[in-house]
Ligand binder design. Structure first.
Ligand code: R5P
Length: 302
C-alpha cells in the first residue's frame, strides 16, 4: 500500500509536491481548538498497517509541537506500521551548549522529545554547530538534506557573475559548497553577536571582485539583522546590487520588510518554510533522502 503523507496545516504547497515525488497518498488532518484552547485532531484517511509520513516544518515550534505529537500518537494508535517526520526546518538547534550557568540545552531535550514519538526524521540543513551531526542528539534514524546544490543551481541560473558572501564562520560550510557548485569565488566575514538583534559584521574587501554581484548565503534568516549588517558593510564597500539567498526564511516580526528596506535587490529562500520569498525548490532532494531512509527502515525491519 502507498505510504500516507499527512501534511500539517501550512505545509500544503510542499506537501503536494513531496507526495507526488514519493508516490504517496496525500492527506490533511482535521484539526481545531476546543473553545478552552485544547487541540482536537482527527485522521480520516486509513492508516492501518501503513507507513505514515508526517510533514511539518518546525518554525514557530512551540504552538505546533503538542498537536504534532497528538497526530503521531493518533496514527500509531490507529494501527500505522511506522510514523516518520519530515520537518524541512528543524527547530531548537541553536541552544546546543550551556552558554550561561542555569540555561537548558534545548537542542538535546527537543531531540529526545521528538524521538519518543517518531520512528525516523528527515530535515534540511539543521543548524549544526557544536553538535557534529544529528546522531549525536537523535536516537532515531535522522538524516539531513543539504540545500547547497539547489541554492547553487539557482545562483547559476540567475546571477551571471556572482561573488558568494558568508556573514560568519558558521555559514562557511554552505558558502563553500554553493561557491564550488556555482563555480564562483567566495568570502566569509566575521560576526559578533551582542544580543538577539545586535550583531556586528566585519568589513569585506570586495575590490578583487569588482563587477560581480554579491550573493549573501546563510542557513537561517530570523531577525535578519545578520544579513542587514552584512548588506550595510557591502554597501559601504561600494556594492549596490546585493542578493540574499537563505535556506530557512523564518523572518521574525518585520524582518522581511527590514531586509528589503536595507536595499537588497532580491531575497530568495528554499521552500523549507512557506514564504513569499520561496524560489528554490528542495522537494527532489528531500524525496530522495526520505526514500533512502524508508528503504533502509524496511530492510532493517525485515
Ligand atoms: C547563526 O549562526 C545562523 O547561521 C544565522 O546567521 C542566524 O541564525 C541569523 O539570525 P538573525 O537573522 O536573527 O541575525
Amino acid at each position: 500500500m502507498k505510504p500516507l503523507l499527512l501534511a500539517y496545516p501550512g505545509n500544503e504547497a510542499i506537501g503536494v509536491s513531496l507526495a507526488e515525488a514519493l508516490s504517496a497518498e496525500y492527506t490533511l488532518p482535521e484539526m481545531r481548538h476546543f473553545p478552552d484552547g485544547e487541540t482536537y485532531v482527527r485522521i480520516s484517511a486509513d492508516v492501518q498497517e501503513r507507513d505514515v509520513i508526517l510533514l511539518c516544518s518546525l518554525d514557530r515550534p512551540d504552538a505546533k509541537f503538542l498537536p504534532l505529537i497528538f497526530l503521531a500518537e493518533t496514527a500509531k494508535d490507529l494501527g500505522a506500521r511506522s510514523v516518520g517526520l519530515i520537518c524541512p526546518y528543524l527547530a531548537y538547534m541553536r541552544q546546543d551548549t550551556r552558554f550561561k550557568p542555569g540555561e537548558g540545552i534545548t537542542s538535546t531535550y527537543f531531540a529526545s522529545a521528538l524521538g519518543r514519538h517518531f520512528d525516523w526524521l528527515v530535515t534540511v540543513d539543521p543548524h549544526l554547530h557544536r553538535h557534529k551531526g544529528l546522531p549525536e542528539i537523535y536516537t532515531i534514524p535522522a538524516l539531513a538534506v543539504h540545500a547547497g546544490a539547489a541554492i547553487a543551481a539557482w545562483v547559476r541560473d540567475n546571477v551571471p557573475a556572482p561573488l558568494i558572501v558568508g556573514p560568519d564562520s558558521e555559514s562557511a560550510q554552505w558558502v563553500a559548497e554553493v561557491a564550488r557548485a556555482a563555480e564562483a569565488p567566495y568570502i566569509v566575514l566575521e560576526k559578533h553577536r551582542h544580543g538577539d538583534r545586535e550583531v556586528e559584521v566585519s568589513a569585506p574587501d570586495t575590490r578583487p571582485w569588482r563587477g560581480r554581484t554579491p550573493v549573501l548565503v546563510d542557513d537561517i534568516i530570523s531577525t535578519a539583522q545578520t544579513l542587514i549588517e552584512t548588506t550595510r558593510r557591502l554597501q559601504a564597500a561600494g556594492e549596490t546590487d546585493i542578493i540574499v539567498a537563505g535556506v530557512h526564511g523564518l523572518f521574525a516580526d518585520k524582518a522581511y520588510e527590514e531586509l528589503c528596506a536595507a536595499g537588497v535587490q532580491k531575497i530568495v529562500t528554499c521552500n523549507t518554510v512557506a514564504h513569499m520569498s520561496n524560489a528554490i525548490d528542495i522537494t527532489a532532494l528531500l524525496a530522495k533522502t526520505v526514500e533512502k531512509l524508508m528503504r533502509a527502515q524496511k530492510g532493517d525491519g525485515g
